[in-house]
Design a protein around this ligand. Sequence first.
Ligand SMILES: Cc1ncc(COP(=O)(O)O)c(C=O)c1O
Length: 406
Amino acid sequence: MANSNNGETLKAIYVDNAATTAVSENALSAMLPFFRENFGNPSAIHNAGLEAKKALEAARTAVAKAIGAFSSEIYFTCGGTESDNWALRGICASKSKKGRHIISTEIEHKAVLNTLAALQEQDFQVTLLKPDGCGVIAPEALKNAIRPDTILISIMLANNVVGTIQPIERLAEIAKERQIIFHTDAVQAVGHIPIDVRKLSVDLLSLSAHNFHGPKGVGALYSKVPLVPAGYMTGGGQERGHRSGTEHVPGIVGLGAAIKEAAENMPAHTKYLVALRDRLIGEIAKIPQSRLTGHPTDRLPGHASFVFEGIEHSVYLINSLNEKGIYASSGSACSAASTDAPHVLTAMGLDTRLAHNSLRITLSADNTQDEIDRICRQISSIIPELRNRKTRKRTKEIVSSVFDNY
Ligand SMILES: Cc1ncc(COP(=O)(O)O)c(C=O)c1O
């Protein structure tokens, strides 16, 4: 990736890995044969079809192994959004006779929040739990929210905006004691932290390949509870009758290769990323009136997020970094282009003004210490410039209002 600025070509630094990651060499070379050489339809019974079917099932086994599930509990989808939709809508459809109350949190991704809003229109009731200042959901708050008609609890494993990791094992335990189905959106966590669905006691889990160096548009839903029979996507009956449509074989193969690779590299990558992340956090802490958001230690290995006082809006910071060849974001890929304050930060108690001034730097193992140092230098010089620009703008406004009134 290169960045051309005033005729000078700089090597760009990509640090927006929570938005998406580059497909790994391994995943790409695993996928390629399934576009042209082995392009068979996995439902066909000739050898070309059987080859594709074999690859599909090998990917299912790889996904299951990476999260401690059985292959029979893995369903392929077109990504995290679909997995979240399927989990929430599916459970509500099958359990609506038992009750219509769902518990989730204010800091979920829009794939969950907007699905819950749609379910509310169908007369489901939703309680959204508030996190503490570090973005953690207290088990006590969950206990207090449970009602006799609660049928589903959905709490994300790790947050996309601030990187906080939830105490899912304890939260899911509470659901289990009350025999309530527990779903977790693990899109940011899978491939980055160890996950064992049996140990965590979760009933459903969503994941997405493009968040751990697999391709975009492919994901999976783990479900150990029976899914609504044949009702989700009707047609030819693929995915054991649950999700019709010819499978995206190259993508699914890429998902399988990427999840296997991520699991193998996890110990080494975690150590490397935590060191880079903490170096970055330490340097940014030296900037006056800057603040780390999210939990100081219970956070994703490559995730650093901040807010800065007095910079007017993070879009100016993101643009200035972009001009220097540094690709970061303000917090959420879905809301980066909008002027809404990230809902996660306001839910954590930050005022709306400060929540607009957020920066998210999410690393991959491709990033280097030199890159971190270049990022820190640039941020340290851009922030005072933006603050000055604001002061100059205010002074200009005051002067012109004085003249207007003269
Ligand atoms: C926490 C979380 N959930 C869901 C999604 C949506 O996943 P996808 O982009 O695969 O639809 C994302 C996207 O990054 C996410 O961060």
